[in-house]
Design a protein around this ligand. Structure first.
Ligand SMILES: Cc1cc2nc3c(=O)[nH]c(=O)nc-3n(C[C@H](O)[C@H](O)[C@H](O)COP(=O)(O)OP(=O)(O)OC[C@H]3O[C@@H](n4cnc5c(N)ncnc54)[C@H](O)[C@@H]3O)c2cc1C
Length: 386
């Protein structure tokens, strides 16, 4: 068995982006994925890079803005490395917000009815629209491209293997030469245990999304004791989202989507893809690990889409699916170390994991390398749950 410097648990967009970046920073990196790469939340996502959205908490706004800014170059490079395209669309978003909500970015602007009609003629002439300079992409393509790009960088990926436990050891660990990982002479992470094998590495990063909390350490408890005494798992929880995709009703070749912009209303969002598909999303449900699609819910989403853009009635339902967003007790991500030296978490990105993937990979690589991260990660520390 080849030895590795770092093990990343979970091959969603968060784990894959980080693994690629760690490998490029000089750490021999292994990703362990229990199913197939990018087959969970990252596969289910809509793909909006919604950095102007009012729902983004204040402490997350700087990361959202930085990640959105990183995206064009990030996509350019990984498309080159993988020889595949991601359908990064730069058309922008037209949004109506609830109440008096205002966009969270300065370059957003109000749209007059005339301008709305001109730039998106198939939308009803409703006042109060904003134009948001946001991008969107196809997360399924992003998952494929990131898998290829990670392999291209030299990352090893093991699939069909679930990590059950973090392996710990006592004494001075063999840490890679990337940087100072702190004073690690006591109990520290030493690898992972799966149902098939044990893998050794001085750095382990839990990127297991909504399932991150199912992975335990066999060392001392981690400091997550808020509600149920001492626990040794990362406090994530699944938040279900259902979506539906529409295609043109006729079989005539389609030159592109009938709506060009991402459209967001308080009831639904509409995401066009360049191949002509239109996605409608998404529910936000506290339903445990249930990923079943509910036909009534899909019909309601479809109806909400038609209310927002009546021209969508000309399209037919092509597919419907559900995914589990990685939520946390306060719905902020967990990005940073844990009380177990060498064991890190990068998860809980909830509704924004596609958007936040590039900046998260960047900051985690800085942190693991012993550098001061470009942004203050204190609000995202696992220690906030103690
Ligand atoms: C319907 C919906 C719409 C969304 N729309 C958007 C959007 O428009 N924009 C946006 O930014 N975000 C969106 N999101 C959120 C986004 O999808 C997530 O935040 C993001 O995909 C999280 O990525 P991840 O890698 O952490 O998790 P995941 O993609 O879920 O990856 C986690 C991986 O870990 C693996 N794993 C779990 N347990 C283990 C284990 N024990 N051992 C090994 N592997 C394990 C899983 O199999 C999985 O592959 C949406 C989500 C949903 C559900």
């Amino acid at each position: 068995m080849q030895s590795h410097d770092a093990i990343v648990i979970g091959a969603g967009v968060i784990g894959l982006s980080l693994a690629r970046q760690l490998q490029l920073a000089g750490l021999k990196t292994l990703v362990i994925e229990k199913h197939e790469p990018a087959s969970e939340s990252s596969y289910a996502a809509g793909g909006m890079i919604a950095s102007c959205d009012p729902h983004i908490p204040d402490c997350l706004k700087p990361l959202a803005a930085a990640s959105a800014q990183m995206y064009p170059e990030f996509v350019r490079v990984i498309e080159l490395e993988s020889d595949e395209a991601i359908d990064l669309r730069r058309t922008g978003t037209i949004a109506w917000f609830a109440h008096d909500d205002e966009p969270g970015c300065e370059s957003a602007r109000r749209l007059s009815i005339d301008e709305l009609k001109r730039i998106e003629p198939l939308l009803p002439s409703r006042p109060g629209a904003w134009f948001l300079p946001e991008r969107s992409l196809d997360p399924r393509a992003l998952g494929r491209v990131l898998t290829k790009a990670a392999k291209h960088a030299g990352v090893d990926i093991v699939t069909g293997s679930a990590v059950a436990e973090i392996l710990t050891a006592t004494g001075a660990p063999q840490l890679p030469s990337l940087g100072n990982c702190g004073n690690v002479t006591a109990v520290h992470a030493a690898g992972v245990i799966t149902s098939h094998a044990t893998y050794h590495a001085g750095i382990v990063v839990n990127c297991a999304g909504a399932w991150a909390g199912q992975i335990r350490t066999n060392g001392p408890p981690l400091p997550f004791s808020r509600d149920s005494g001492e626990r040794n798992e990362i406090p994530t929880r699944p938040i279900k989202g259902q979506m539906v995709s529409l295609v043109p009703a006729s079989d005539a070749p389609q030159r592109g989507p009938i709506i060009q912009h991402v459209v967001r209303t308080p009831d639904v969002y509409i995401i066009p893809r360049s191949d002509g598909r239109i996605l409608l999303g998404a529910t936000v449900e506290d339903a445990g690990f249930d990923k079943r699609v509910d036909p009534d819910t899909i019909q309601k989403l479809h109806q909400a889409g038609i209310t927002a853009a009546p021209a969508l009635a000309l399209m037919r339902i092509h597919d419907a699916w559900a995914g589990l967003r990685p939520g946390t007790p306060d719905n902020l991500p967990i990005i940073g170390g844990t009380s177990l030296p060498g064991y890190f978490a990068s998860t809980g990105h909830y509704r924004d994991g596609i958007m936040l993937a590039p900046i998260t990979a960047h900051l985690m690589t800085q942190l693991i390398g012993g550098h001061i991260p470009d942004f203050d990660l204190a609000p995202f520390s696992a220690a906030r749950f103690t």
